[in-house]
Design a binder for this molecule. Structure first.
Ligand code: PXP
Length: 252
């Protein structure tokens, strides 16, 4: 099995919502991500609808050639929405209104009943479910106990350390967080869970993660969901063409 790439296009919607313009088109962005080799499009429908809107998710479901992975909080409203829409995957995430981005993994010990009920309801609709968790053995085992098909390991702490955001401790944290990802991933794969990872990956820090192996010598992480760094890179690799197109218009 090849390693899958899910491209998170939330921040394409962030740019649109900033001005309330009809562009950039979510579907056009998804098409370009597909053309680049994405096996999946990932979006997070947040409670405050700060970027992706309900209609975006419906449009993606209708138009995508690849799989749709919907990230959502464990709420009755979202479970109803997902049950009607039936994306290929749901990734259950914790959500706080004021956070800049998803800050930590699900607290499964605290929300066992609600999470297990949500997983059951979604699986009844033939939707596969992953739990976005801290890379800990405990969270992996709880995800398994609650009936998830996959875990998505929150790699945010590793990525922050790799970007030097933890000051003098960054080097040692990078190593210890990588080890946590490896241990949690190995336990998940031992339990038969699909092992996904995401949050904070960039073109440099992903390199130490893609070489991690499972017990059979295959890539430990079977799926990555990556958004911000890809959208940022798109600005850099696409700006020259965008300017040239406008320049040509001005020229008359
Ligand atoms: N996976 C999950 C569950 C997320 O919440 C996010 C952020 O929306 C990502 C992956 C992608 O993170 P990033 O935008 O930092 O690549």
């Amino acid at each position: 099995m090849i390693t899958r790439l899910g491209v998170n296009i939330d921040h394409v919607a962030t740019l649109r919502q900033l001005r309330g313009t009809p562009y950039p088109s979510i579907i056009e962005a998804a098409r370009l991500a597909e053309a680049g080799g994405a096996e999946q499009i990932t979006v997070h429908l947040r409670e405050d609808r700060r970027h992706i809107q309900d209609q975006d998710v419906r449009d993606l479901k209708k138009n995508l050639r690849v799989a749709l992975n919907l990230e959502m909080a464990v709420t009755p409203e979202m479970v109803r929405f997902a049950s009607r829409l039936r994306p290929d995957w749901i990734c259950l995430v914790p959500e706080k209104r004021r956070e800049l981005t998803t800050e930590g993994g699900l607290d499964l010990a605290r929300n066992k009943k609600a999470t297990s009920a949500a997983i059951k309801a979604l699986k009844k609709k033939a939707i596969k479910v992953s739990c976005f968790i801290e890379p800990s053995i405990e969270a992996v085992e709880l995800s398994h106990e609650l009936g998830a098909d996959a875990v998505e390991l929150h790699t945010g702490q590793y990525c922050l350390a790799a970007q030097g955001a933890m000051g003098a401790r960054s080097g040692s944290r990078r190593k210890s967080e990588l080890l946590r990802i490896q241990r949690a991933g190995l336990r998940a794969s031992e339990l038969g869970l699909n092992v996904h990872a995401g949050h904070g990956f960039d073109y440099e820090n992903i390199q130490e993660v893609v070489v991690l192996k499972d017990s059979q010598g295959l890539s430990l992480i079977k799926e990555y969901n990556i958004g911000h760094s890809i959208v940022c890179r798109a600005v850099i690799v696409g700006l020259e063409k965008a300017v040239a197109e406008m320049r040509a218009l001005i020229q008359g």
